[in-house]
Write a protein that binds this ligand. Structure first.
Ligand code: GAP
Length: 441
């Protein structure tokens, strides 16, 4: 397990270097809501693009969708979320704090000395009651029950209600999938651990529609593919594992479910779920809407309601995972070097261009190189301070390559490429720098 304090150091680095800021910080922040700064935005975008490429662009059998956050309220009745998307909640009448009834053993009572809720003599816990996690608001000017709408708690439902539209417009045949990246909202009782569990977050979900009876086979295939994706993202294999949901853990829609878990400094936690949802959702939407949602299999001349295998990952949670996985401290020449050892493909900045000194035509050469490289990948120009310090600043934000223009550059049209992880340096001809970096991304 990582040393204690890693999360505190990471949260501080994220703020200092512009990865993640607290939402509405000048007003004291908003509980468990976070904003992404310049580098965090690039990091999360790279993760999402990698997912989109693997799930949509590189496959013939998956189409993309961008459904609205607000949906007809009947969607959430049919999906079972109005009745069943709840957590058991207890209130303390003394300190007014709220806890998840099923996690009291992990919770801290705000009274001092801090104990688990219910263990102080002053604790006065209510009986558990079910608390719905969906955010509600009103559509239009009248705040009445007829105008209640929900902020979606998962993106999946936008896919189910559009599945026939996508099928017909794309001329796909079953088996096929629909993928979507978008915001989801949950009024979590116990959010926390930085961007791990928040009330507003982004999901990357794919729903794969299969012939009845082929669900288990596809479920197993998707499990293999999704675990491989996380490993290709550069996450350490020994920090990843499967957790199979026992009967009592299964969500209301699931026939079977496995979580991909990562070992965070605060323990093993879910980062993605792979679910066999059977025909739960389509059956309910067909009944509630009165619209036939069956697939017509031309070859077999039969109609059926497809079954669904879902892969569901949180973009923010995976951003936290790659940050935690990449963070390390090393002793170099008596100083601590902090490194974010991101896989180059997701590093927010791929290369920094650094003139060794601000004279002898070095800035001009470096600027020309920078202007060329920035058209190909995310680059940063830095001419401030000692070269060692500039290298350290780039290590701390995970930039895999630092390209230094020095006294020799003008003479032989070459530069130094310094590698973040080994700190080794190569001499590369100016004309080959772009290719050299791109090969290694
Ligand atoms: N459509 C299925 C579904 O939503 P889930 O297991 O509730 O399944 C899937 O969520 C993923 O969404 C999780 O593995 C996690 O990565 C992310 N996620 C869920 N709740 C989250 C929250 N409150 N904050 C950040 N990410 C969350």
């Amino acid at each position: 397990m990582a040393a204690p304090g890693v999360m505190d150091k990471l949260v501080s680095l994220c703020k200092r270097r512009g990865f993640v800021f607290q939402s509405s910080e000048i007003y004291g922040g908003l509980g468990s809501v976070w904003d992404y700064g310049p580098l965090g935005t690039e990091l999360k975008r790279n993760i999402k693009e990698r997912w989109w490429h693997a799930m949509v662009r590189a496959r013939d059998d998956i189409e993309g969708l961008d459904a609205a956050i607000l949906m007809h309220p009947k969607v959430w009745e049919a999906s079972g979320h109005v009745a069943g998307f709840t957590d058991p909640l207890v209130d303390c009448k003394t300190c007014k704090a709220r806890f998840r009834a099923d996690q009291l053993g992990d919770a801290q009572c705000p009274q001092k000395p801090s104990k688990h809720p219910g263990e102080h003599t002053a604790c006065a816990l209510t009986e558990p009651r079910m608390f719905n996690l969906m955010f509600r608001t009103f559509m239009g000017p009248v705040e009445e029950s007829a105008s209640v709408v929900y902020l979606r708690p998962e993106t999946a439902q936008g896919i189910y209600v559009n599945y026939l539209n996508v099928l017909q417009s794309s001329r796909q045949k079953i088996p096929f999938g629909i993928a979507q990246i978008g915001k989801a909202f949950r009024n979590e009782i116990t959010p926390g651990n930085f961007i791990f569990r928040t009330r507003e977050f982004e999901q990357m979900e794919m729903q794969f529609f299969v012939k009845p009876g082929e669900d288990t086979e596809w479920f197993e295939r998707w499990r293999v593919l999704r675990m491989a994706w996380h490993q290709e993202l550069g996450l350490k294999a020994e920090k990843l594992r499967w957790h199979q949901h026992a009967e009592q853990e299964l969500a209301h829609y699931a026939r079977a479910a496995y979580d991909i878990e990562y070992e965070f400094p605060f323990g093993w936690q879910e980062i993605e779920g792979v679910h066999n949802r059977g025909n739960f959702d389509l059956t309910n939407h067909q009944t509630a809407s009165g619209k036939k949602l069956e697939y017509f299999d031309q070859a077999a001349n039969t109609r059926y309601l497809p079954e669904i295998v879902e892969t569901s990952a949180g973009a923010d949670r995976i951003a936290l995972t790659v940050l935690v996985d990449a963070y390390r401290e090393e002793q170099v020449e008596g100083e601590t070097r902090t490194v974010l050892g991101f896989h180059p493909a997701i590093a927010p900045i791929k290369a920094a261009v650094l003139p060794l000194v601000n004279k002898d035509a070095m800035p001009e050469m470096a600027t020309a190189l920078f202007n060329d490289l920035r058209t190909r990948f995310a680059c940063f120009y830095d001419d401030g301070g000692a070269i060692g310090r500039r290298y350290r600043r780039m290590d701390e934000v995970g930039t895999p390559f630092c390209i230094t223009v020095d006294g020799q550059s003008a003479e032989d049209q070459s530069v130094t490429v310094r590698h973040r992880d080994t700190m080794g340096q190569d001499r590369v001809g100016l004309a080959h720098v772009a290719g050299y970096v791109m090969e290694r991304l």
